[in-house]
Design a protein around this ligand. Structure first.
Ligand SMILES: Nc1ncnc2c1ncn2[C@@H]1O[C@H](COP(=O)(O)OP(=O)(O)OP(=O)(O)O)[C@@H](O)[C@H]1O
Length: 546
């Protein structure tokens, strides 16, 4: 049963409405009770169902059938009020218009003075992109004051919401778009939500790492990185290593049980791949991520440690690769002068090489009783995935069903095969949501630990290892999952949601392709010489190649 906690009359544009705050809980009947119960933790922020059931709705006073906007109170960003006076010269002022209207005895708004109330809130009704909506109300001063006070008190009691954030911005990320994304789209939202921000524009690689290592960050509720996966990786490493060091843990021991940091990490995607944002929210939309940070969404994720035969090497947040994809990273690093094209060129060269690597693996699988299996063979690619790794080039990610927080990661082994068979694998990961192990040359295991041991007679026979896009060194690599080691500001994402996102995106893409085709047809019909030119060009190409 739901209870009405607060009710008043108001105007939206020129229409009279009844504003109600309701809750799906009949043991709470007033806003004072609600605020007290949140305070005494009877309703804690993590009892999501109750908090999500508190909503503001507006019912038309002139037409019973019209129910305007519903605002889930948990998604409210801010409330602002402005007094409006009847003496204002603007004859179009709402007050002048409403003062002439009679709504009925109980619902009449005082005509002497009224207050304009602006509510800003998060809308998640459309697609998976979160957006900001605003609603402007006009009501009598006393009601406005009560509403303002109740809503502000409510907002101040939401424990999940961050109050103090430390934001690192990589101005160089995504071809230099980091500062603009932050200043134009994100900062106004943080200000609207009254979050205290300390901003650091990084001046070099590892600037954020040095700051986190050397300074006290205990006063913050979270660390935010504006950038790509490289920037996320830097912040993730710094906070995990600092926490391990403070707890006196030996990170070089692969069996060490690591400690989760107290701070949550948020990502504002502005990089070139944004696999972390895609993997944890389904999109790389900066506004969606910023709103999930403000609302205080929490997502625990696994992180894996990577050790070589000597010591700790790095953490794996997204993907570890040996062979094909590692070689692409190595080659594209040497071909930076080609710009973003270098990845496609390096990929083409590696595809033509069709190299494979003799390797032994020991995989500890996830099952009721962890079982260990041994594999040996010639593999073109060995891939470990902590996240689906969806990106612009892979619609569903390489491993669409990988779980973000169950203490495991996916191991994909791609056996040596004909180029055409390998091409089928590449096509599969670019477009399909089906399990990759359906292909004859691919095996997939869900593992908690894997030891990868290349069998080589000379170091030159080793392929390249790369973790989260960075090359690493080693003769033998051990990867171990750490269950829910990091807490992110994110909503999480499921395969079904990704399918829906892809459907929506492909609709947009096909309309834009249709638009392009029709504009080309327009040009060709408007300028017939283009058709003649095209005809001769095709003729030339035909004779040149055949
Ligand atoms: N001011 C800076 N100048 C140069 N490099 C920086 C700066 N700040 C951070 N970096 C480094 O740049 C690297 C890449 O950053 P980021 O991931 O944000 O950008 P990106 O364009 O997405 O790159 P990529 O996707 O290739 O990782 C990070 O490893 C980070 O350490």
């Amino acid at each position: 049963m739901s209870s009405i906690l607060f009710s008043t009359s108001c105007y939206i544009k020129t229409e009279p409405y009844n504003l109600c705050i309701s809750i799906d809980n009949d043991s709470i009947s007033t806003t004072d009770e609600l605020l007290m119960k949140i305070d005494t933790s009877e309703i804690r922020s993590n009892s999501i169902n109750i908090l999500d059931s508190i909503q503001i709705y507006f019912k038309s006073l002139t037409n019973d059938d019209i129910l305007s906007e519903r605002i889930i109170l948990n998604k409210l960003l801010s409330i602002k009020q402005n007094e409006v006076s009847v003496n204002e010269s603007d004859s179009s002022s709402l007050l002048q218009r409403i003062s002439s209207k009679e709504i009925g005895k109980d619902n009449k708004i005082s005509s002497s003075q009224s207050t304009q109330v602006n509510l800003t809130y998060v809308d998640i009704s459309e697609s998976f992109l979160w957006t900001v909506k605003r609603i402007e109300l006009e009501m009598d001063c006393t009601s406005a004051q009560q509403l303002y006070s109740v809503l502000n008190q409510y907002l101040s009691k939401l424990k999940d919401r961050p109050r103090n954030l430390l934001v690192f911005i990589n101005p160089e990320c995504g071809n230099g778009k980091g500062s603009a994304v932050y200043e134009e789209q994100i900062l106004p939202l943080f200000e609207e939500a009254k979050i205290n921000i300390k901003t650091i524009y990084t001046e070099r690689a590892n600037h954020a790492r040095d700051y986190i290592t050397e300074e006290s960050i205990d006063d913050y509720d979270g660390l935010i990185c504006v950038g790509g996966d490289g920037m996320f990786s830097e912040i993730c490493h710094s906070i995990l290593l600092k926490t391990a060091q403070q707890a006196g843990l030996n990170i070089n021991d692969p069996t060490t049980h690591l400690k989760r940091p107290n701070l949550r990490i948020g990502v504002i995607p502005a990089g070139s791949t944004d696999a972390v944002a895609f993997g944890t929210t389904g999109h790389n939309d900066p506004i969606t991520n910023a709103l999930q940070i403000i609302i205080g969404k929490s997502l625990l994720i696994d992180i894996a440690t990577v050790h070589n035969e000597r010591s700790f090497v790095c953490f794996m947040a997204t993907m570890f690769t040996y062979g094909f994809f590692g070689n692409i990273i190595e080659q594209s690093d040497n071909w930076r002068f080609f710009g973003p094209l270098r990845y496609s060129l390096a990929g083409f060269v590696q595809f033509i090489r069709n190299a494979s690597y003799h390797t032994k693996l020991s995989i500890t699988q996830v099952s009721e009783k962890s079982s260990q299996i041994k594999c040996e063979g010639h593999y073109e690619a060995i891939i470990c995935l902590n996240m689906p790794c969806r990106c612009d080039k892979s619609k569903f990610g390489m491993s669409p069903s990988v779980h973000l927080a169950d203490g495991s990661f996916d191991v994909i082994l791609v056996k040596h095969s004909w180029r055409l068979t390998f091409l089928r694998f590449l096509h599969h990961i670019a477009r399909h949501s089906r399990a990759v192990e359906e292909l004859s040359n691919v095996q997939r295991y869900r593992a908690t630990e894997v030891v990868i041991h290349p069998i080589v007679s000379r170091p030159k026979e080793l392929g390249n290892w790369a973790c989260d896009g960075e090359l690493i060194e080693g003769n033998e690599i051990r990867i171990r999952a750490h269950h829910q080691l990091l807490n992110l500001f994110a909503s999480g994402i499921h395969l079904d949601q990704i399918k829906k996102i892809n459907e929506e995106e492909s609709k947009v893409v096909s309309t834009s392709v249709m638009k392009k085709i029709s504009s080309i047809i327009d040009i060709l019909t408007a300028k017939p010489w283009c058709l003649v030119f095209l005809f001769f060009l095709l003729l030339f190409l035909f004779f040149y190649f055949f």
